[in-house]
Ligand binder design. Structure first.
Ligand SMILES: Cc1ncc(COP(=O)(O)O)c(C=O)c1O
Length: 350
């Protein structure tokens, strides 16, 4: 009986062949694989352009640069997310302003976002947390106040809102292909997409030293390019993605849990998190039954040491403080068998 992991990267002969072909071609960087991967990904999610890059964090940094965000600017981010959502803002010298999350869906709270908008606010980063798509109100609020909406889609490949795929909802979206994500590239990787024609040319420039076609650097950038071997693996995985997401949805509906899904949306089920009062007990119990689980994310971002000087470090975001340490992620990935799903259900309801 295998131990059930929280995530299981996919690897088969087709991925292997794509990787070896890319290496054997001798073209290891800046070649046809990355170009095609970007085009195929944009088409898949409905964005007008997409460019592969080295990680989800790199994509978030590029999003900040694309919107010319820097010192003196504020960007509103949720208090509960992976830390990279907030540090991308700090890394360009701007200030992350932490908003609380929704009690029901755990995404950034639109009311708190609106309350925190100032004349310095340049953008909101909405995170589709665990695969749950953020509120449609975010877009209305950003439109009303004329600020950009960035999707942190690192956990949400395949989620939809009103039939529109994640990646084509906001001005810019940032995906991660970290091995645990809904699809991966055999290492680190990310993708940045846009729905705005005025940003599409700059996307490619920003991951390549800000250079134009003549190789002149016309704006500040650095090397964030994805390698050809990763892009080749990504292209194979992208072709499986719809099936994997369907399987994640099927698994989530089979596992007995009380997690709510937002109306008008489809969850991408990167993680299946359950809100409990006794996380250590639940985790120990799952562990004793050979099932991995963990708390996601125990410390709200404003309370991390990196933000010890931040004005909100000691200020409570009540919902984040109340639930962040009580959300336990359990396996929901597509490689789970029927027996394993049964084992998860029984261990959860002992
Ligand atoms: C919500 C969120 N944002 C950003 C990232 C950063 O992605 P990467 O690890 O590819 O840099 C992650 C990855 O874990 C994430 O979950």
């Amino acid at each position: 009986m295998r131990r059930i992991p929280l995530a299981q990267p996919y690897w088969d002969e087709e991925c292997q062949k794509a990787a070896i072909d890319a290496l054997s071609s001798g073209r290891w960087v800046k070649g046809p694989q990355a170009k095609s991967f970007g085009e195929e990904f944009a088409k898949w999610c409905g964005a007008i352009a997409a460019v592969p890059c080295q990680s989800g964090s790199a994509a978030l940094w590029a999003a900040m640069r694309l919107l010319d965000i820097g010192p003196g600017d504020e960007v509103i981010v949720p208090g509960m997310t992976f830390i990279a959502t907030a540090t991308a803002v700090s890394l360009v010298g701007a200030t992350p302003v932490f908003a609380d999350i929704e009690e029901d869906y755990w995404c950034i709270c639109p009311d708190d976002v609106e309350a925190k908008i100032t004349e310095k606010t340049k953008a909101v980063i909405g995170v589709h947390i665990f695969g749950q798509v953020f509120s449609p109100r975010l877009k209305e609020i950003c439109n009303k106040h004329n600020i950009a909406l960035i999707e942190d889609a690192a956990q949400a490949h395949g989620g939809t809102l009103d039939g529109v795929r994640v990646g084509a909802i906001g001005d810019i979206a940032c995906f991660s292909f970290f091995p645990s994500k809904n699809m991966a590239v055999g290492g680190e990787g990310g993708m940045i997409t846009t729905t705005r024609p005025d940003l599409s040319d700059r996307l490619r420039r920003l991951v390549d030293h800000g250079r134009d076609d003549t190789l002149e650097s016309i704006e500040l950038g650095t090397n964030l390019r994805m390698s050809e071997v990763s892009a080749a693996i990504g292209r194979v995985q992208l072709r499986h993605l719809d099936d994997w997401i369907a399987k994640r949805r099927q698994n989530a509906s089979f596992i007995q849990h009380p997690t709510k899904v937002r109306n008008r949306s489809e969850h991408a089920w990167h993680q299946l998190c359950i809100l409990v009062n006794n996380p250590s007990e639940i985790i120990a119990n799952l562990d004793a039954n050979g099932i991995d689980s963990r708390v996601h994310y125990p410390i709200p971002c404003n309370r991390h040491q990196v933000y010890s000087e931040h004005i909100q470090h000691e200020i409570s975001l009540p919902v984040c403080d109340n639930i962040a340490h009580r959300l336990v992620a359990i396996p929901v990935h597509p490689s789970l068998t029927k027996d394993e799903l049964d084992r998860i259900n029984s261990a959860l309801h002992l």
